[in-house]
Design a protein around this ligand. Structure first.
Ligand code: DOR
Ligand code: ZN
Length: 331
């Protein structure tokens, strides 16, 4: 097989940024995907209807003539109530514990029922899913595992609320997915393809520094097993998070892996290497359509078996797989 067609691929976790960076990076997502869930952690974060609509407008201006539907998200605040949420055109509310990642300072200080319960009740009543960056501020490699009791608490207390565990990276998180019917997960390409030895086993590679941090090879294998089992509660979300090269190669380096330019070529290469190509369509589109009950624009992306060496920079940002070889290309 030398050609693959993906139908309406979706990136259900995407940082498009704003301003100059949006102009530089948006096109990579708009050309490859038929839609994507746009994260709200811009500066300032998206917390009002006015900011939401203004941001959607700036994104759509960059989409231009491409067929790409931006699904918007709102930055979680404990003050949100039904009257406010019911008028918004959003796919999710995204909860960040305060301080766990880029531009999350305005997030929730303690994720407990007293703090977030009323808002979650309103979301459950309105059928708005909760997207959540599940990490504590504990030991860097244990942060996601330490957050598991909170995932369980939320899933248990709000059984009709869809809870999306974003960019899961730890083998222990995989184990709770089937315990609650309302728990779902996104998985990134980088957590499938890389582990902490790629980040810091040899020379330190700041371009592989992200939150949640890359874990052990055992964790990576557990994430692979989950995705390559064809699990229907798991969907693709790249967490592509561009930062200028200078911000990454710095004594105060920003967290985020920029994968947008090579996502589908990277995914097809990886799925083929594992003999699981037949599962890719579900992972990049069908599962998300069912979980979120969405009908994205119809679009076909053709990939051909043509090798490519990934460029070292796209618009001043170093991508995932820089200088590495992929077996498939979008020509
Ligand atoms: O590494 C990350 N970077 N993880 C996130 O959750 C956010 C992202 C960003 O916005 O830079
Ligand atoms: Zn993210």
């Amino acid at each position: 097989m030398d050609k693959i067609v993906l139908k309406s691929p979706l990136d259900m976790h995407l940082h498009l940024r704003d301003g100059e960076m949006l102009k530089r990076v948006g096109k990579y997502s708009f050309s490859q995907f038929s839609g994507g869930l746009v994260m709200p952690n811009i500066v300032p974060p998206v917390t009002s209807k006015k900011d939401l609509e203004a941001y959607r407008g700036r994104v759509l201006a960059e989409v231009g003539d491409e067929k790409f539907l931006p699904y918007m998200s709102l930055f979680f605040k404990s003050s949100y109530r039904k009257e406010f949420l019911k008028d918004l055109d959003i796919l999710v509310v995204k909860l960040y514990p305060s301080g766990v990642t880029t531009n999350s300072d305005g997030g929730v200080v303690s994720v407990d029922i007293d703090e977030v319960g009323e808002t979650l009740q309103a979301m459950q009543d309105l059928g708005i899913p909760l997207s959540i960056h599940g990490e504590t501020l504990g030991d860097s490699f244990e942060r996601e595992a330490e957050f598991i009791p909170t995932f369980e608490l939320l899933a248990k207390n709000f059984p009709k609320l869809k809870v999306i565990m974003e960019h899961i990276s730890d083998r222990r998180t995989v184990e709770i997915l089937d315990k609650y019917p309302n728990l779902f997960a996104t998985v990134t390409l980088h957590h499938l393809a890389k582990d902490r030895d790629d980040l810091l086993g040899g020379a330190l590679n700041p371009h592989l520094f992200c939150k949640p941090i890359l874990k052990t090879s055992k964790d990576r294998e557990a994430i692979q097993e989950l995705v390559f089992s064809g699990h229907e509660k798991v969907m693709f979300g790249s967490d592509s998070a561009p930062h200028q090269r200078e911000k990454k190669e710095s004594r105060n380096g920003s967290a985020g892996i920029f994968s947008a330019p090579i996502l589908l070529e990277g995914l097809v290469t990886l799925f083929e290497n594992f003999g699981k190509l037949e599962l890719l369509q579900n992972f990049v589109s069908e599962n998300a359509k069912k979980i979120y009950e969405i009908s994205p624009p119809q679009k076909e992306i053709v990939l051909e078996r043509v090798e490519k060496i990934v460029k070292e920079e796209y618009g001043g940002v170093v991508p995932l797989f820089a200088n590495e070889k992929l077996n498939w290309s979008i020509l």
